[in-house]
Write a protein that binds this ligand. Structure first.
Ligand SMILES: [Fe+2]
Ligand SMILES: [Fe+2]
Length: 466
């Protein structure tokens, strides 16, 4: 039985392999020396040797990249012996990289000097390998370079402007289904007269009313709703002391009221215009009932299909202008759709509280006048099958707010405004347009009201319009 592999046998295998001998030669040499190692054992010795690992790297460039900016290059060879050699051999571009540091290792590898005389017959080797006991020694040099990029590549991407390549496409809006109402309230058209000059001082604010006219022209509404107190009718009430300054002024109020309705009809020839009776307009109906029942519902013989002779709708000639009249204050009302009720209203509380009071008892959205202030309040109802938002809204008034209108207390905090309300069958959107000092800013537009006194004067020159 042959001996097992000794340390010197192992060294012999490694050296022989380094010298380029075939497995069969080495096996044969060992057998010759009385060793029993098979070819697989011999291969195993070689594979596990450090020299093999070194041998594997000989003349082969090893590269390791650490991110974009660092890199290691190494090589073991008997021919590449300097840093410059390696830079050239590995084609390191020194305009891009610089050598941060380097390392040089040197080994000496040896192999036994052997003389072989082998022949192979049918896969078997016969002959001899003779060793003279000496070693051939070859130097191996390993060079390792640590490189760093001269101009580092940013680790995080540089911030770049963002270009949005997506085009926003406007969803198709069914505009045909959307209707629009411009809502006006409380112009209180009427006058006080200067007892010395007989000049008429208006209660209504012509510049504010002109803004309303401009907005109507601008939005081309489907309908226009004038929520009452169109005329002030100061001397038709027996509730207050009727000052001589207020007497006999219904005629100019009717004339100017008609003039404004004509202007509205002119800028909105196809709109449905509706005038609602307010408590001030109702004064005439009430006065007839209380003081002149004989005139109640009285009509001229040729005007039987028109409103009563002494009534606001007849005096304003609404039939001529194609304007609807909704009387029966305070119950008279109309609807924009199934959810939005329009009326003059008869609730008035301290500033800020009316819309709240209206909405707390309403079962649907209510848009009302009467309080001469812009107020808006909403509440949400949680019903069995849906959630419903109910609003109470007053757009404000178109009468003067400087104290000239009878009944106004100095600090009543009135405010001017109108509203543009879009609506479909089942929804709506209120857009208030606040007016101050004869101007309104809305929808990116500045509406500047003009004082139309000269136009009214031209239409009716017999009166001393102020
Ligand atoms: Fe009013
Ligand atoms: Fe009113």
């Amino acid at each position: 039985m042959g001996k097992r592999l000794s340390k010197s046998d192992r060294q012999f295998i490694i050296s022989a392999k380094l010298a380029g001998h075939a497995w069969s030669d080495i096996e044969a040499a060992l057998v010759e020396n009385g060793c029993t190692a098979g070819r697989e054992t011999i291969r195993g010795v070689w594979r596990s040797s450090d020299e093999k690992k070194l041998n594997d790297s000989i003349d082969r460039i090893q590269e390791k990249q650490d991110g974009e900016n660092r890199r290691e290059v190494s090589m073991a060879s008997s021919r590449i012996t300097t840093v410059e050699d390696l830079v050239q051999f590995a084609q390191v571009d020194l305009t891009t990289w610089y050598i941060e540091r380097h390392e040089i290792n040197k080994w000496e590898v040896g192999a036994k000097s052997v003389e072989r005389d082998l022949t192979y017959v049918d896969g078997r080797a016969t002959g001899t390998i003779r060793s003279d006991g000496g070693l051939r020694v070859a130097p191996l040099i390993q060079i390792k370079l640590w490189l760093r990029r001269i101009k580092p590549v940013p680790v995080f991407p540089t911030i770049q402007p963002v270009f949005c390549t997506e085009n926003f496409e406007m969803p198709e809006v069914v505009r045909e289904a959307v209707q629009r109402s411009v809502i006006l309230a409380d112009p209180h058209i009427g006058f006080t007269r200067d007892l010395r000059t007989a000049e008429l001082e208006p209660f209504h604010d012509r510049r504010a009313m002109d803004v309303a006219l401009q907005v109507i022209q601008y939005v081309s509404p489907t309908r226009i709703d004038i929520l009452g107190d169109f005329l002030d009718l100061a001397d038709w009430s027996d509730k207050f002391t009727r000052l001589p300054e207020f007497v006999q002024l219904t005629q100019p109020a009717v004339l100017e009221g008609y003039w404004w309705l004509r202007q509205i009809r002119k800028v909105a020839p196809n709109a449905v215009i509706t005038l609602y009776e307010g408590n001030h307009d109702e004064r005439m109906r009430r006065a007839v009932l209380n003081n002149m029942r004989q005139a109640y519902e009285l009509r001229a013989a040729d005007e039987m299909d028109l409103p009563p002779a002494l009534s606001v709708p007849k005096l304003l000639a609404l039939h001529e202008l194609g304007i609807r009249w909704i009387g029966n204050y305070p119950d008279g009302e109309d609807w924009l759709n199934g959810n939005v009720r329009l009326l003059h209203g008869n609730t008035a509380q301290v500033p800020g509280n009316t819309a709240k009071a209206v909405v707390s008892k309403a079962d649907t959205t209510e848009i009302f006048g009467h309080i001469h202030r812009t107020e808006w309040c909403s509440r949400t109802q949680h019903l069995r099958d849906r959630i419903e938002v109910i609003e109470g809204f007053c757009p404000g008034c178109l009468c003067r707010i400087d104290g000239v209108v009878p009944g106004v207390k100095e600090k009543q905090q009135w405010g001017q405004g109108i509203a543009v309300v879009d609506y479909t069958e089942d929804r709506h959107n209120i857009a208030p347009v606040l007016i101050s000092d004869g101007r309104a800013l809305w929808d990116g537009m500045l509406f500047e009201g003009e004082d139309r006194t000269a136009d009214v004067q031209q239409a009716y020159p017999d009166w001393n319009w102020g």
